[in-house]
Design a binder for this molecule. Structure first.
Ligand code: UN1
Length: 513
């Protein structure tokens, strides 16, 4: 790691002292047990942070609530100006932060930089949005009356994010929530705690320089028990959670019990349909990046390739050939395409998926396995694998967070491919590769893909921040990021104003006294 400038990156981020267990320089955030963060890249200890205790949590929530009272009165464009300055810092620190993401999470340096770019883009979006938190006006049915709606800040927003996008998902939520006037409490993944601290410190510095009250950006650290303090807490009107469907179901139930709001972005089981009219070269690039990028640990990763029998052998051979070119190794070395999985548990899940697909009758086309020897000491490097399978296999129905791609064959009409594509419990991302306009439009029509994201002639992953991001069914139904996703971070109020001397009632009701 030294060779790739990790020490320098930590220094630039002000984290060279991160081994003393102080997470944020703010004692009130976390005083609990020490959590150590080891890199999946080389197995080395990156740093230590302290977990948040229930007592710490009480201080965090009350500081956030106090801060919110002031922050909500600051005009939204001024809040946008603070986010603009935060974004200046992200632009300045893009390289060290991208490097730390790569080193702590294991994705390639290019993808680490790409993730920080998503933060920069959403902040730009949020700054513009700070002048566009529009409501509608309506015509009242009563004379001399005016009706309109307005959006007010919601309060304290709880954000639970996953290891695989340790910085971007936080920023999709916070950048919007901040311009909307909310205070944010973030529980980052306990697998990437140093990256969370780096982000929190950047926000804290910019906020302090602008006289923003303390508590508008808070970080809590620990396992699910600390997240549970938020999901059960009626002082938190909205919980935005990104992660597994299993986690999402627990969060949804807990928050629903107190009638709070949730924004859930959960598992995917994303497929690319390859029709006889597909451009095979682009299909291969899209499918391989989708399946092995981030070592198959994106919620948008391509898990299934649904290929028409006419082009099946051609596509199969081209993909198998492409897999031979993939270089696996230290993700900070830009010659490598694929880095490690996040940890040894992930390696176990990946191996068990390969066993299961064979046991259910699948055929392995590209052999998987754990890499050993020089450069692979962390034990987290695995070979991306491909299996021919059938859609109904239990393992194909399940999201395995690793580089396992299932090849499925369809024959006849596109309808048969759509049935397979939609025939899973998840509904995040989907794609079709075709130059046939009729097929493309059918895929996008009401009878087509049932996912939150449906693409034509690009793969399933790598969504831009400008669109709403999320999916249907077990993916949870939430939408983050662009479009009008901001509305969930605010409360809508409908206002009717009477500027006459009379009091006419609606619906023509007469009530004379
Ligand atoms: C995730 O994996 O949780 O569309 C987010 C993509 C990225 C975001 C993925 N922009 O692949």
């Amino acid at each position: 790691a030294t060779a790739f400038g990790i020490e320098e990156a930590l220094k630039e981020l002000g984290l060279n002292e991160i081994n003393n267990g102080t997470s944020t320089g703010k004692d009130w955030f976390s005083n609990g047990e020490i959590i150590e963060s080891y890199s999946p890249v080389d197995g080395a200890l990156i740093g230590k942070v302290k977990a948040t205790t229930p007592e710490d949590y009480e201080k965090v929530i009350s500081t956030a609530r106090e801060g919110f009272k002031k922050w909500r009165t600051m005009p939204a464009p001024q809040r946008g100006e603070v986010v603009r300055q935060f974004n200046d810092e992200l632009r300045r620190l893009k390289e060290p932060l991208g490097k730390l993401v790569s080193y702590e999470m294991g994705k390639s340096y290019q993808e680490g930089l790409g993730e920080v770019q998503e933060m920069i883009d959403i902040c730009d979006f949020a700054v513009g949005l700070s002048r566009q938190l529009h409501g509608l006006t309506m015509h009242s049915e009563r004379p001399g009356h005016r009706m309109y709606e307005q959006y007010h800040p919601l309060g304290v927003v709880g954000i639970i994010s996953a290891f695989n996008f340790p910085v971007a998902v936080w920023s999709w939520n916070t950048a919007l929530a901040w311009v909307c006037g909310d205070a944010c409490i973030w529980k980052g993944s306990e697998k990437t705690p140093i990256t969370s601290v780096a982000c929190q410190n950047i926000a804290a510095r910019v906020f302090a320089a602008n006289g923003v009250p303390e508590g508008i950006s808070c970080l809590i650290t620990g396992d699910y028990t600390i997240g549970e303090l938020m999901t059960k807490d009626e002082r938190i009107p909205l919980i935005s959670a990104t992660g597994s469907t299993r986690m999402g179901k627990i969060v949804a139930k807990t928050v629903a019990e107190r009638l709070g709001k949730t924004l859930l972005e959960l598992g995917g089981n994303n497929a690319i349909i390859v029709t006889p009219d597909a451009n095979i070269k682009n299909t291969v690039i899209g499918a391989v990046f989708g399946a092995v990028g981030t070592c198959g640990q994106r919620c948008t990763s391509t898990r299934r390739l649904i290929v028409h029998e006419e082009v099946y052998d051609k596509v199969k051979n081209a993909i198998v050939d492409a897999y031979k070119q993939i270089k696996i190794g230290n993700p900070l070395d830009e010659n490598n395409h694929v880095g490690p999985l996040i940890d040894k548990d992930a390696v176990k899940n990946y191996l068990s998926a390969l066993e299961k697909v064979e046991a259910e009758g699948g055929t392995i086309l590209v052999e998987g396995g754990v890499l050993e020897g020089e450069g692979y000491e962390s034990g987290c490097y695995v070979k991306p694998a491909i299996a021919e399978a059938e859609n109904h296999y239990e393992i194909v129905q399940h999201e395995t967070f690793g580089p396992v791609l299932y090849l499925l064959k369809y024959s006849g009409d596109l309808e048969n491919a759509l049935e397979l594509q939609n025939g899973v419990r998840q509904g995040l991302s989907s794609a079709i590769m075709t130059n046939n306009l009729r097929e493309a439009e059918r895929f996008l029509s009401v009878e087509g893909s049932d996912c939150g994201i449906a693409n034509v002639n690009i793969g399933t992953s790598g969504a831009e921040i400008g669109g709403a991001f999320g999916g249907e069914k077990e993916t949870g139904g939430g939408r983050e990021s662009g479009s009008d996703a901001w509305k969930i971070y605010m409360r809508r109020q409908t206002n009717t104003i009477n500027y006459t001397t009379e009091l006419p009632l609606a619906q023509g009701i007469k009530f004379d006294l």
